[in-house]
Structures are given as structure tokens and as C-alpha cells.
Design a protein around this ligand. Structure first.
Ligand code: XMP
Length: 333
């Protein structure tokens, strides 16, 4: 049987009971697969790697070594949350690596989006591999591969062209040969979330909106500078806070801020104030191939605009992007 093919008889996991059954099966399977060996996992804090981490902690406890790489392009408080949930909450064996300077130094003056993606993807593998080499006796690499990833790679193998080079962890250097542990590879995203909740992960983590691997790196448009990146991070945190407060977080599939590398003339405290614009993107989609624009009440937009322009250094305007996909993509880069 092809282990990468979902059996037609496999029931869709829609309830806690079905999720508990799946978890019990996987706990058994993982224990049989890895025995007393160590397993390494790149834990980004996204839904898939978080669910794999929680599942493996249940199966093999401290034999799982989670590595969280902060590339400096995370959203506000994201790395802190990963530490809180996994190290403090689930007593995980968690290695935290703050690699901000490594990434931002390499990205200095690089403005082409695909080059930025490639640098971030490659450096992620370098940092992760450096950490892996420091650990003794690791034989397995766990990955948060899910069924759509498998379907997507089949499509790519058939020669369909991708619009952007999305990356996941993979392609480690040859001296690091691991066997793979991929306990959720036959699940669809909605099932991963049901399993995550059954494992006791926080609702916000399990229902987190998608976040691109290169993070804020593809939202700080053009060549990244630390001050504009910081402004973006703060503006994005305000947007997310207001969407939560106004019940929009559950209604909108993906929402974020992009900050372009351009300034306009504005006025603050009766003086000329040149600043960047913050661009709000709020889209709905089923499969990210096409997307529509969500209508956001004007009152909410006014509040977000007032907060961002008052609270965030360097931003003097807020714009709302009305472009569906196509012709826009969801991200700006
Ligand atoms: P686009 O911008 O292509 O985005 O319409 C579609 C979905 O993919 C996410 N995205 C990425 N995810 N690495 C990722 O892991 C990337 O380089 C990347 N670029 C875009 C985007 O956030 C949206 O959900």
C-alpha cells in the first residue's frame, strides 16, 4: 500500500472522539517506529508543527527535541508564545535559537522577493542543521507534512508551475541523514485542528491564520530595514488585536499589514512628518488559489487607522487593499 495515499475508507476526523482514536493510533505507531531513539522537530509555532509536537510529546515525551528558530521575522510575541505553550505548558525539550542577526544581516539591501525567500529558506536550514549537529543520538526528523502538501508535490512533479517558491523545512545537508516521522501526513487542515484541540493545544494556536514561512520578511516590502520591520510588527499586532476585539478574527481567513519601502509627506504635531504607509490586507479564500476581499466595517477601519498612526513610530498613513486574487496575490511579495 502507498503510505502517502489516504485510504478511501479513512473517516474524516470531525469530532473529539474520532480525534482521540487517531491520536491513540499514532502514539502507538510512533512508539513502534522510533523505539528509544531521539526525534528532532523544527517547531515554528504554526498549526501543523505544533500539532506534531504535542502528539509526539504525548508519545515519547523528552525523546522529542523541538528546535524553535526565531528568524527575527516573527509576529509580535510569537516566539514567546511558543516557549510558553511548549516549554512551560507541556514541559517540552525545547531549544530556542534567536537567529535574528544572522537573517537580517544576510537580507540587508536585498530587495527581490524570490531572492529574499531563497535566503530565508536556505538560512533556516543552516541554522536548524547547526543545532542538529550539536545534539547527540538523533535518528529521526519529525515533520508537519499534511495531505495537501503531498497532493501539491504530486502536482509539481507533474510539471505545473508555481507562482512563488513557498518553502517548508527539507533538504538538510548530507551529513544529517534522518528517517522521517510524519504522523499527520494523511490529514486535511480541518482535521489537524480537531486533533490539535483534542491534544489540549490553545484554541488561538490551533485556529491561527496561515503565516508564510518567510514571515514578515515578505511583508516588509523591498529591502528590509530594522526600523521598518519593527513598525510593521507593531502595526500588525494592532490589526490583530482589533480584529479579535471586533469578532473579525474568526470571519477573515487571512489578515495582515504590509509596509512598502516608500514614504509620503504627512503632518504630526503641526510639523511635517514623513512616514511609511501601512497597507491592510484582509481576504477570504478556500484554498488560497483565489481570494476575495472581506468587508470590514468603516468604524473598525477608522479605529485601526487612528491607533496605528498614533502608536507606531514611522507610519503616517493607513491604506486598505481592495484587490482580489487574481490579480493580486494574497501576499504583496
Ligand atoms: P499568495 O501570496 O501566493 O499566498 O497568494 C497564498 C498563501 O500562501 C502563503 N505564502 C507562503 N507560505 N512560504 C509559505 O509557507 C511562502 O514563501 C509563502 N508565500 C505566500 C500566503 O501567506 C497565503 O496564505
Amino acid at each position: 500500500m502507498d503510505s502517502n495515499k489516504r485510504p478511501e475508507t479513512m473517516a474524516r476526523i470531525t469530532t473529539k472522539e474520532l480525534a482521540d482514536e487517531f491520536i491513540a493510533e499514532q502514539v502507538k505507531a510512533v512508539r513502534e517506529q522510533v523505539g528509544d531513539k531521539k526525534v528532532l522537530l523544527a517547531l515554528s509555532g504554526g498549526v501543523d508543527s505544533s500539532v506534531v509536537a504535542a502528539l509526539l510529546i504525548k508519545a515519547i515525551g523528552k525523546q522529542l527535541v523541538c528546535v524553535h528558530v526565531n528568524h527575527g521575522l516573527m509576529r509580535k510575541n510569537e516566539s514567546e508564545n511558543v516557549i510558553e505553550v511548549f516549554r512551560n505548558g507541556l514541559d517540552a525539550n525545547l531549544v530556542y535559537v534567536d537567529a535574528t542577526d544572522r537573517f537580517l544581516d544576510l537580507l540587508k539591501d536585498v530587495s527581490d522577493p524570490e531572492t529574499k525567500r531563497k535566503i530565508i529558506g536556505a538560512e533556516f536550514i543552516n541554522v536548524f542543521a547547526d543545532e542538529a549537529r550539536k545534539l547527540d543520538g538523533v535518528s529521526y526528523l519529525a515533520q508537519g507534512t499534511i495531505y495537501p502538501d503531498i497532493l501539491e508535490s504530486i502536482k509539481q512533479a507533474e510539471g505545473k508551475k508555481a507562482v512563488k517558491s513557498h518553502h517548508n523545512v527539507g533538504g538538510l545537508p548530507e551529513d544529517l541523514e534522518f528517517e522521517l516521522v510524519e504522523p499527520i501526513k494523511l490529514l486535511f487542515k480541518d482535521e489537524v485542528r480537531v486533533v490539535g484541540e483534542a491534544l489540549g493545544l490553545p484554541h488561538e494556536m490551533v485556529y491561527r491564520q496561515p503565516f508564510p514561512g518567510p514571515g514578515l520578511g515578505v511583508r516588509c516590502l523591498g529591502a528590509i530595514t530594522r526600523d521598518r520591520l519593527e513598525a510593521l510588527r507593531e502595526a500588525d499586532a494592532i490589526l490583530r488585536e482589533e480584529f479579535d476585539l471586533n469578532g473579525l478574527a474568526e470571519k477573515v481567513w487571512q489578515y495582515f499589514i504590509a509596509v512598502p519601502d516608500m514614504k509620503s509627506v504627512g503632518v504630526k504635531d503641526d510639523s511635517r512628518y514623513e512616514g511609511w504607509p501601512a497597507i491592510i490586507r484582509a481576504v477570504n479564500t478556500k484554498d488560497a488559489m483565489t481570494a476575495t476581499i472581506e468587508e470590514i466595517p468603516y468604524a473598525v477601519l477608522h479605529k485601526i487607522t487612528a491607533r496605528i498612526t498614533n502608536e507606531v513610530d514611522g507610519i503616517n498613513r493607513v491604506l486598505f487593499d481592495l484587490t482580489p486574487k487574481p490579480t493580486g496575490t494574497i501576499e504583496w511579495e
